[in-house]
Design a protein around this ligand. Structure first.
Ligand SMILES: Nc1ncnc2c1ncn2[C@@H]1O[C@H](COP(=O)(O)OP(=O)(O)OP(=O)(O)O)[C@@H](O)[C@H]1O
Length: 451
């Protein structure tokens, strides 16, 4: 079942708005009203007109970006200057148009909704292997489905351990080419320049000392399939030139052969290097860079999608110990508070170490965390406020004549603010950290906004 369509309006042009809602209703798409502090759970039409303060609309759209399921269409029921369109797209709107400035606006909405529905089904299926529910991750998976459906060459970038190889394999899996063949993976760090590209292009018998028989290279194996070049930044310069030729002309020669062969494959590349900077330094060919980066997809580091730490950890615990294994909340709290410079791979390895230390029955507890992975208590202790600092703060509240109830309220408010700030405004994570409901923090932020 798809999420219901909602709308929120900033427009006071009541007659136009009624007309728009009437047209949507006639098409069977009657949206339900969303109130400013409601949590968006699916597609939302945000109506505005040329009298609306654009900043207000932008603020709301930006706030909706915290919710993974929210998909926004910003619709003007008046004029729509191009600058406003850009501003709203930058805030995170997926579609921006003027209702009375386009032909068949209802069709625009209907086709977007249909597309999003199909895409969400694909994304849900992808999440079984590419685990994560955060907004950043869902946006990445949505982009992945779009990339896979296009004919573009794809360049996947991101820090080590963010899932580039997994994503590359899914691009191939979702690729709808009829009769597509295999996905062939080449790790460019293993390519030896001295072998003049035999790994990529193949070779004839006797082409070099160890060439005891004729062999196909990766391009031949990937014919009518996908060639995945991992760590593309490591591709030696001479091979960059040969690869470019094969991509431009669609032909290549085996090492030691004069015969041109056809190269027909989809190219997907991954790198954790900044290829733009490599081009400037002269270590990567600019023409090849343009050729391979038809569609660039940047995978977020784990620190920018901390909400996914728990679901990822659950997934890895289940992989190690089966889906029935119980895990103590304190273990997840420990995993959440830690940093992961090695991203998902580091979390996966840590979970593996904890899971394999757990013996026998019962839930996995913090007692199963290997000593080498324990937090640095000395450092944490130094950062914590001393009891005298805390005492001084409470003393000043007492001198102001506040009683226990007010002091508790003040400290609670400070704790909420600090937790929200610490989690970069993510209320879900802040609520988890404080052990309270997200609703409580929503009320807190709404109250602050009103003050
Ligand atoms: N979203 C995810 N869900 C489940 N497993 C994941 C996810 N992301 C990464 N992994 C796992 O983390 C490990 C590292 O992923 P992967 O090899 O795809 O990363 P990478 O970005 O290609 O790393 P590198 O740049 O070091 O080659 C793999 O074991 C992979 O299965």
């Amino acid at each position: 079942m798809s999420a219901p369509l909602h709308f929120l309006t900033f427009s006071r042009s009541h007659a136009q708005l009624a007309e728009v809602l009437g047209q949507l209703e006639d098409a069977g798409l009657a949206p339900q009203a969303l109130h400013p502090h409601d949590v968006p759970t699916g597609p939302v039409l945000v109506f505005f007109d040329h009298h609306t303060a654009l900043a207000e609309v932008q603020e709301t759209i930006e706030a909706y970006q915290l919710y993974a399921e929210a998909r926004i269409m910003a619709v003007s029921v008046g004029l729509l200057p191009t600058t406003s369109t850009w501003a709203l797209l930058r805030s995170g709107a997926a579609e921006v148009f003027a209702w009375f400035g386009v032909e068949k606006p209802v069709q625009i909405v209907a086709s977007r909704l249909r597309y999003w529905q199909t895409q969400e089904q694909q994304v849900q299926e992808l999440q079984r292997r590419l685990v994560g529910r955060s907004r950043r991750w869902l946006d990445t998976l949505r982009q992945l489905t779009d990339m896979a459906a296009s004919n573009c060459q794809v360049l996947i970038t991101g820090e080590s351990g963010t899932g580039k190889e997994l994503v590359a394999r899914e691009v191939h899996r979702l690729d709808a080419r009829p009769h597509k063949r295999d996905c062939v993976v080449v790790d460019c760090t293993n390519l030896i320049p001295g072998l003049s590209g035999s790994e990529l292009f193949g070779h004839e018998k006797g082409a070099f000392t160890n060439a005891i028989s004729t062999r196909d290279g990766a391009l031949a194996l990937a014919h009518d399939g996908t060639l995945f070049l991992d760590e593309l930044g490591e591709l030696p310069l001479p091979l960059q030139a040969e690869l470019l030729r094969a991509l431009q002309e669609g032909t290549y020669k085996r090492v030691g052969s004069n015969q041109w062969r056809q190269a027909r494959f989809r190219l997907v590349c991954a790198t954790n290097r900044d290829l733009g900077a490599e081009v400037k330094r002269g270590t990567f060919r600019q023409d090849l860079y343009y050729r391979v980066s038809g569609w660039t997809c940047e995978l977020p580091p784990l620190r920018e999608r901390k909400e996914d730490v728990v679901v990822l950890a659950e997934h890895f615990f289940a992989q190690h110990r089966g889906p029935r294994q119980l895990v103590d909340q304190q273990v997840y709290d420990f995993l959440l508070l830690r940093d992961y410079p090695g991203n998902v791979r580091e979390l996966q390895q840590l979970v593996g170490r904890i899971a394999s230390k757990h013996l026998g029955e019962g839930p996995i507890t913090i007692g199963d965390i290997p000593r080498a992975d324990w937090p640095d208590f000395a450092r944490l202790g130094a950062a914590a406020p001393s009891s005298t600092e805390l005492e001084a703060g409470v003393k000043s509240l007492l001198y102001q004549g506040l009683g226990l109830k007010e002091i508790k309220e003040q400290v609670t408010e400070v704790a909420k603010q600090l937790a929200i700030r610490h989690e970069n405004g993510n209320l879900k994570l802040a609520a988890h950290r404080l052990g309270c409901s997200e609703r409580i923090l929503q009320m807190h932020t709404a109250r602050l906004a009103e003050d």
